[in-house]
Design a protein around this ligand. Structure first.
Ligand SMILES: Nc1ncnc2c1ncn2[C@@H]1O[C@H](COP(=O)(O)OP(=O)(O)OP(=O)(O)O)[C@@H](O)[C@H]1O
Length: 338
C-alpha cells in the first residue's frame, strides 16, 4: 500500500526531515511568522538538485501563491516542509516550532492537500476524515467533521466508500482530511488541476473562510488567475531557486506593463512623426491608437502624450487602460531567468 502523504504516519520513518546545522541552535524566530524556511536544498539520489538554498518567510494569516513552471521544485519544497521528503540541508520552523526538534507540534499545525489522489480506500468518507483527526491526537469532534463535509458538499456522501467516489469527490475528501485536525498552515498543491468548475468554486469558498479565520495558506497553482484573485503575496520559483517574492499588488504595479487605448475620432494612416518618441501602435484600421508604457519607465507621462496628441491634431472620443495579468508578468519573469 502507498503511504498516505496527508497523514503524519507517512512521515513516521523519522522526525528527521531536516539536516541540522550548527547555526540553527538557538536561532531567533520571528513570532509573526507562520513558516521560516531557511536554506533548504535538495539533491535527489539521482544526483539531481531540485532546490538550491531556498529561504522564505511566510507570514501568519497570509495567502501565499508559489508559482513556477513544471519541475521548478514546488512539490519538493512542500514535501520537505511537511516531512515527506528529506532535505539535503536547511531548516524549517512552523509557528516557531523547529521541524525536527519539535516535530509533533510543528507537524500538527500543518495540513496538506497533495497533488496526487491517494485515497483508494474501503473506508467511508466519515471514517476516513474522522481517523485523520485522531491521528493528530485530537479529541473527536463530530460537529466539526460534519461542518467540514458540508462545506465541501460531501455530507450526502459521508457513508460512501472512498473507492466508489468520482475523482472530483476524492479530491474533496483529500481537502476534508487536510482540514480535519484544524491546521493553522494549509498547503494546497495544485488543488484545482483538472477539477470541475463547481469544485473550484467550493474550494475557493472554503479557502476564503479559512483565511478569514486566520489560517495561513500556501498555494501552488497552474491557474495563475487564481493567484491573481486570491493571493496576498507571490513567490516565483524556477529551477530550484526563488527568484522573486513580492506583494501581489506591488508586483503587478511594478512589473506589469500598462496600455492606454485611444479610440480616435478620425482614423490615422500612420503614427505622426511628432509622436515617434512614444511606444504607439495603430490598430482597427487606424481608428485605435495604443500606448504601451510601464509605470516605472521614464516615458510614463500620459499628460505629456495628451498634450503632444493635441499638438498633432489627434482627437479621441474614448479611452481605456489595460494592465498585464499576473500570468504575463510570470511568463516574462521566468523567461528572463532562463
Ligand atoms: N524522487 C525524485 N527523484 C529524482 N528527481 C526528482 C524526484 N522527485 C522530483 N524530482 C525532480 O525534481 C524536480 C522538481 O520536481 P517537483 O515535483 O518538485 O516540481 P514542481 O515544481 O512541483 O513541478 P510541477 O509543476 O510539474 O508539479 C523535477 O525535475 C523532478 O523531475
Amino acid at each position: 500500500m502507498q503511504p498516505d502523504p496527508t497523514l503524519p504516519s507517512a512521515a513516521k520513518a523519522g522526525p528527521r526531515a531536516g539536516f541540522e546545522t550548527l547555526a540553527e541552535a538557538g536561532a531567533g524566530t520571528a513570532p509573526e511568522a507562520a513558516l521560516e524556511i531557511d536554506g533548504i536544498s535538495k539533491t535527489y539520489d539521482t544526483g539531481f538538485t531540485a532546490l538550491r538554498s531556498v529561504s522564505l518567510t511566510i507570514r501568519r494569516g497570509e495567502l501565499f501563491a508559489l508559482l513556477g513552471p513544471n519541475g521548478a521544485g514546488k512539490t519538493t519544497l512542500i514535501s520537505i516542509i511537511c516531512g515527506l521528503v528529506r532535505a539535503s540541508s536547511g531548516t524549517v520552523r512552523v509557528h516557531g516550532h523547529h521541524w525536527t526538534q519539535d516535530y509533533r507540534a510543528a507537524r500538527r499545525l500543518i495540513g496538506l492537500v497533495p497533488q496526487e489522489l491517494t485515497t483508494e480506500s474501503f473506508e467511508t468518507v466519515w471514517a476516513t476524515v474522522t481517523f485523520s483527526r485522531g491521528l493528530f491526537g485530537l479529541p473527536k469532534d463530530p460537529a466539526r467533521i460534519e461542518q467540514i463535509l458540508k462545506d465541501l458538499s460531501l455530507w450526502e456522501k459521508r457513508n460512501a466508500r472512498i473507492m466508489t467516489l468520482s475523482g472530483g469527490m476524492k479530491r474533496r475528501v483529500l481537502i476534508a482530511k487536510a482540514l480535519a485536525h484544524e491546521p493553522k498552515v494549509l498547503f494546497l498543491d495544485e488543488p484545482t488541476a483538472g477539477v470541475d468548475v463547481e469544485l473550484r468554486r467550493d474550494m475557493w469558498d472554503v479557502v476564503r473562510r479559512l483565511k478569514a479565520s486566520g489560517v495561513t495558506i500556501i498555494l501552488t497553482t497552474h491557474y495563475i488567475e487564481e493567484a491573481e484573485e486570491m493571493a496576498d503575496r507571490v513567490g516565483v520559483i524556477t529551477r530550484g531557486e526563488i527568484i522573486l517574492v513580492e506583494e501581489k499588488q506591488a508586483l503587478m504595479r511594478k512589473l506589469g506593463r500598462k496600455q492606454l487605448v485611444l479610440h480616435l475620432v478620425e482614423p490615422l494612416a500612420r503614427v505622426p512623426e511628432s509622436l515617434a518618441g512614444y511606444d504607439l501602435s495603430l490598430g482597427e484600421g487606424g481608428g485605435e491608437l495604443t500606448y504601451t508604457y510601464d509605470s516605472q519607465g521614464e516615458r510614463g507621462g500620459i499628460t505629456a502624450l495628451m498634450s503632444d496628441l493635441r499638438a498633432a491634431g489627434v482627437q479621441f472620443r474614448d479611452l481605456q487602460t489595460r494592465q498585464d495579468s499576473l500570468e504575463k508578468i510570470f511568463v516574462n519573469l521566468v523567461r528572463q531567468s532562463q
